[in-house]
Design a binder for this molecule. Sequence first.
Ligand SMILES: C[S@@+](CC[C@H](N)C(=O)[O-])C[C@H]1O[C@@H](n2cnc3c(N)ncnc32)[C@H](O)[C@@H]1O
Length: 193
Amino acid sequence: MMDKARSVGEETGVGERVAFIQADCAVPKVYGEGEFDIVFGAWLLNYASDREGLVQMFRNVAVNLKEGGKFVSITVPPSENPIDSLNAEATARPEPEGSGYLMYRHIRDVEDGIFFGVHGKTPVGKLYSECYHLRKEVYEEAAREAGLKGTLEWGVTDVPESFLREDAPGGATLRELETYRSIPAYGVLVITK
Ligand SMILES: C[S@@+](CC[C@H](N)C(=O)[O-])C[C@H]1O[C@@H](n2cnc3c(N)ncnc32)[C@H](O)[C@@H]1O
């Protein structure tokens, strides 16, 4: 008798506890009962084109978090002047490695920061997308306006010492990895409701 193919999720029972919903994260909506301990958003805030767009994303987070819950977000590095951040990035990590194969290009200034393109020739294919890097204070003010009033902390790229060796695992060169110490590639924004 042949075993029926099972996914990892089925084997561990995760499939019964996880639900996927497709929705616009810039439209505030309570999911289920709301009251989540944590909301995690990787590379989402960088799609907000301005302060009001950010407020809407943060509102969506706020209405779904319980009091004292945390929003953890991976996004662009915190910067008072996003064009400086983008230029530092391009200088520190030029082609062909870029930042994990990604290269950033300024397209135009917007009121709260810059609109930029990301292109990459990765081992699994080419990619291109466009998004926004807004000023640090705009993220902070928008979060407050949306009701995320607790502690607010920014972290940045952190490369573990164990990766700063020629024979370290992963595809990045030592030269690329060392640049992240002075020029971060991303920010980690953690805000408590
Ligand atoms: C760079 S990808 C990151 C995907 C994933 N979080 C990760 O870290 O691998 C950003 C994704 O956010 C999606 N996105 C942008 N704005 C959104 C919105 N308002 N609502 C839902 N998804 C959005 C984009 O379509 C894209 O798939």
